[in-house]
Write a protein that binds this ligand. Structure first.
Ligand code: PLP
Length: 488
């Protein structure tokens, strides 16, 4: 399998290793596979997560040996996860696919436990010899998941930028207490989009890249612009489907609907890729919070980043520019890279563009979108807990609310993207508790008493851990921060 850029299909296609190592194409586009290989297991019933992951990875990582793929899979999904990795729970008729049982209690672990392993092999294949510097912008969950994935991985350094006021208490504590000799965590006086734009600018800074390379470093990305982040996410949609079959919820071959709380559109894009590979899916539902750039793009065809930015209780979805939508549009444009380059050029220059009617028609049969207000999120968490005793985190609650609004015949698989313990304040408030003045561990204990859900090991006792990172920068200072950390 070769990979090409969404903005230049005439450039030489590159190997999986190269796409993973570079993260982003030199023309600013995103790497996409040249086609979508078919994958349908012969039998759904007796497949475990690791076997499924090996089967799917092998279709895309064609320059990896079987042994390399196995070592990535075993390392990523061994002792770091419970045996099922992504268990499905039936709640009020909805299949909730719990993606948050990894080391940092967010779905991003599933990809970020695999990516560093992919990258280590990719660097070896390419004979690069340089140390990979992972730059990541985070709205909260990516940062910690990437730090845990990359800490102490030989041949890598990782620098995470997060918006100083844009993450939850638990998220911030998780990041600033990270151990590891190759990790740096920097807060930025700006929002997530500022962090993401800053990181993209660093990737595109030729002078900086040259100085880095002279010093033996090269940038790579752990954000979901890296194809190595998307690939592991395809697996769990198949695995969720297998569990629905195994449990007798559906007969093999019957279609399901998939609802995904979305921000950068990586998670939903992986579901779309799974559909393209043959997973029986009738409809994808994109759920946004009140930062509803995706809902507007999907329902009205207008992609506009010049809008108010709201801080919500689902901070990992508080974004105005949704990078992976480019990969989806590329398919809807029938792989017209020029069109992509023009539109995404307009997005950065003038703030937006309108999707042509033809492309909107192309997705109208299988993609729908909706958004949930903060009141609706609070109400949904409280209501679902009261009715079914199941505690949703605010992101998953956005997905639930939107799913309720769109209905449809086939059973729903809902991606549950974070543990409610990452968002104790929002969860407790939704359950009618006043959390003012409570410590994080006090909140955790109260939530555990009320819900009966044990506190995840990833978050227990987090306040007592030594705080190791206190770097801070203005938006304009991000480059100097990187130079300082790398001493170049
Ligand atoms: C990152 C994240 C999302 C959004 O996922 P995308 O792939 O960026 O659309 C949703 N929920 C949680 C908890 C997240 O961490």
């Amino acid at each position: 399998m070769q990979y090409m850029s969404t903005r230049d299909v005439n450039a030489w296609p590159v190997s999986a290793s190269c796409a993973i190592r570079r993260g982003i194409a030199v023309d600013g586009g995103l790497y996409v596979p040249q086609d979508f290989p078919a994958y349908l297991p012969k039998s759904w019933s007796d497949l475990d997560y690791q076997t499924m992951a090996r089967g799917i990875f092998a279709l895309y990582l064609t320059d990896f040996t079987d042994a390399e793929i196995s070592s990535c899979v075993e390392g990523a999904y061994g002792s770091n996860f419970p045996p099922l990795v992504a268990p499905c729970v039936t709640v009020g008729g909805v299949e909730v696919l719990e993606l948050f049982h990894g080391p940092t209690a967010a779905f991003k672990d599933i990809a970020l436990q695999a990516l560093p392993r992919f990258l280590t092999h990719a660097l070896a294949h390419e004979g690069a010899g340089a140390e990979a510097v992972i730059l990541a912008a985070t709205s909260g969950d990516t940062g910690k998941a990437a730090l845990e994935g990359f800490k102490d991985v030989p041949g890598t350094r990782i620098i995470v930028f997060y918006p100083e006021d844009g993450v939850s208490t638990a998220q911030k504590l998780q990041m600033i207490t990270t151990t590891g000799s190759n990790v740096s965590v920097v807060s930025v006086a700006g929002n997530f989009d500022d962090c993401q734009a800053g990181v993209k600018a660093l990737f595109g800074d030729d002078a900086l890249r040259e100085r880095m390379s002279a010093a033996g470093f090269e940038f790579s990305s752990a954000n979901s612009i890296n194809f190595g982040r998307l690939l592991p996410q395809i697996v769990y949609y198949y695995y969720g489907y297998a569990q629905m079959v195994g449990r007798g919820r559906i007969k093999p071959g019957l279609e399901i609907q998939i609802a995904v709380p979305s921000g950068n559109f990586g998670n939903l894009l992986a579901a779309y890729y799974a559909k393209r590979m043959g997973l029986p899916v009738s409809r994808l539902v994109c759920a946004s919070n009140i930062n509803d750039v995706l809902t507007e793009a999907i329902t009205a065809g207008s992609y506009n980043r010049l809008r108010d930015f709201y801080k919500t209780t689902s901070p990992s979805m508080d974004i105005l520019v949704s990078s992976n939508f480019e990969r989806f549009l590329f398919e809807m444009y029938e792989r017209d890279a020029l069109r992509c380059a023009t539109d995404f050029g307009a997005l950065s220059r003038s703030g937006g563009f309108t999707v042509p009617t033809g492309a909107r028609q192309a997705w109208s049969g299988f993609l729908t979108a909706g958004s949930a207000s903060e009141d609706e999120v609070r109400d949904t968490i409280g209501r679902i807990f009261e009715r079914y005793g199941y505690l949703l985190d605010p992101h998953t609650a956005v997905g639930w609310k939107v799913l309720e609004g769109v209905g449809g015949g086939e059973p729903f698989l809902l991606a549950a993207t974070a543990s409610p313990y990452k968002f104790t304040e929002a969860a407790l408030t939704a359950l009618g508790r006043d959390v003012d003045g409570m410590t994080e561990s006090g909140r955790q204990e109260l939530l555990s008493r009320m819900s009966g859900v044990p506190i995840p090991a990833a978050l227990a006792g987090i306040e007592e851990l030594p705080k190791r990172h206190d770097m801070h920068t203005s938006i304009d200072g991000m480059r100097a921060a990187v130079e300082g950390i790398l001493s170049i």
